[in-house]
Write a protein that binds this ligand. Structure first.
Ligand code: SF4
Ligand code: ZN
Length: 383
């Protein structure tokens, strides 16, 4: 379903930055001021606060977005399902370019990425919008909103990269909501970050078409992709997506050489069937993902699933046990600090090579990418 975005609103929005930016001058970020005083309006033929979209084709019904499988037909003055794309004067624009609504510095372990630059700092950004509609969304205050409804920063790619470098971050993380819907912003920022020696990580539900994904992979160093369930029906009812697209995303990212980790949120009554988790683990093993870390994450009641209990720790342990039995080598439990399932064990000698507590590393016995006890290789990007 498309939301209306009138021409007047579009012009006002693009001229002023975003409505949300008005009154933001003086907003502080990590000790420096993010200015909202840059002039809006046309610069070099494009609107400063919006950017022509990269993947769309004209059809008799308007512009058809080719970024994700929703393939929205967006007529003049309308927005796509993700609330971030509009059609105006026969062109499609992203209206979240350079306008993140959320910025933080996080430990990389929070993403979660456990086998990628441990204990490094990730400069994390998100804009409003999402192309899915998960009933259990943890970030619904931004993901299920239009950028017109959020307070946004003025942070074009050059400035984003500068901020990340000045704050001693090793990477930029495109995260929190769904980076696919701010594709153009992520792509341009990632390219510039790469030039400056910074890495790029994407935390995503992986609901994207093949061409844009392959183009993006050139600049993405690591990703954590949600594999929300192993059932098409559940994907449709819980997330408004489909399983096959996400499985294809995993295969493409692996082929393209992106360091990959997977998160499976175990939601009571929806995705806590251990037989399904076993089938998912079998598929991962069979398709060559046995060394890809798999994080079972604990659900907390929220958004439209407020009435459900948190996932019992016993269910998470059973899920982990099933995945280990099916041959996966690195299986973790998230959002339950203090369990041994936060640690990395060497599949070769069984020793604990990394001890973690929450987002902290207590001990790291991986030397040059190898187990400090038996010298077996532990896959990951360690330096
Ligand atoms: S990215 Fe947004 S506009 Fe494009 S097809 Fe997906 S939901 Fe629709
Ligand atoms: Zn070992």
């Amino acid at each position: 379903m498309s939301r209306k975005f009138t021409k007047r609103e579009f012009i006002r929005y693009t001229l002023l930055g975003s409505g949300a930016l008005v009154g933001l001058s003086g907003m502080r970020l990590f000790g420096s001021t993010l200015s909202s005083s840059s002039p809006g309006g046309v610069q070099g033929g494009v609107w400063r606060w919006s950017k022509e979209a990269r993947y769309y084709v004209p059809t008799p019904r308007g512009m058809r977005c080719q970024l994700c499988p929703n393939e929205c037909d967006i007529k003049e003055g309308e927005t796509g399902d993700c609330r971030t794309r509009v059609t105006e004067n026969g062109k499609m624009y992203s209206i979240v370019y350079g306008n993140p609504c959320s910025i933080h510095i996080d430990p990389i372990e929070k993403k979660p990425l456990f086998h990628f630059l441990p204990q490094s700092r990730a400069f994390s950004v998100a804009t409003a919008g999402c192309n899915l509609a998960c009933l259990n969304c943890q970030n619904w205050q931004i993901s299920q909103k239009s950028p017109k409804e959020t307070r946004n920063y003025d942070l074009m790619p050059e400035k984003l990269v500068q901020k990340a470098a000045r704050n001693n971050c090793d990477s930029i993380a495109y995260t929190y909501s769904e980076p696919i819907v701010f594709y153009e912003y992520m792509y341009d920022s990632a390219r510039k970050a790469r030039e400056q020696g910074l890495r790029n990580v994407m935390i995503s539900a992986g609901y994207i078409k093949e061409r844009p994904l392959r183009d993006l992979c050139k600049y993405i160093d690591a990703a954590n992709i949600d594999l929300k369930s192993f059932s098409n029906d559940t994907y449709m009812r819980l997330n408004a997506g489909d399983l096959d697209t996400v499985l294809r995303t995993l295969k493409i990212m692996k082929e393209e050489g992106v360091w990959l980790e997977i998160t499976n949120l175990v939601v009571p009554e929806w995705t806590d069937d251990i037989a399904m988790i076993r089938r998912m683990s079998q598929w991962l093993y069979k398709k060559g993902f046995k060394d890809v870390p798999l994080h079972f994450s604990r659900f907390s009641p929220m958004y439209q699933l407020n009435h459900l209990p948190a996932t019992p720790v016993s269910v998470l342990k059973k899920a982990r046990q099933a995945a280990l039995e099916e041959g996966l080598n690195y299986v973790y439990v998230g959002n339950v600090p203090g369990t041994e399932a936060e640690n990395t064990f060497c599949p070769s000698c069984g020793e604990q090579v990394v001890s973690r507590r929450g987002y902290h590393i207590l001990e790291n016995n991986i030397k040059n990418g190898k187990c400090g006890y038996c010298d077996a290789r532990i896959p990951g990007v360690w330096q």
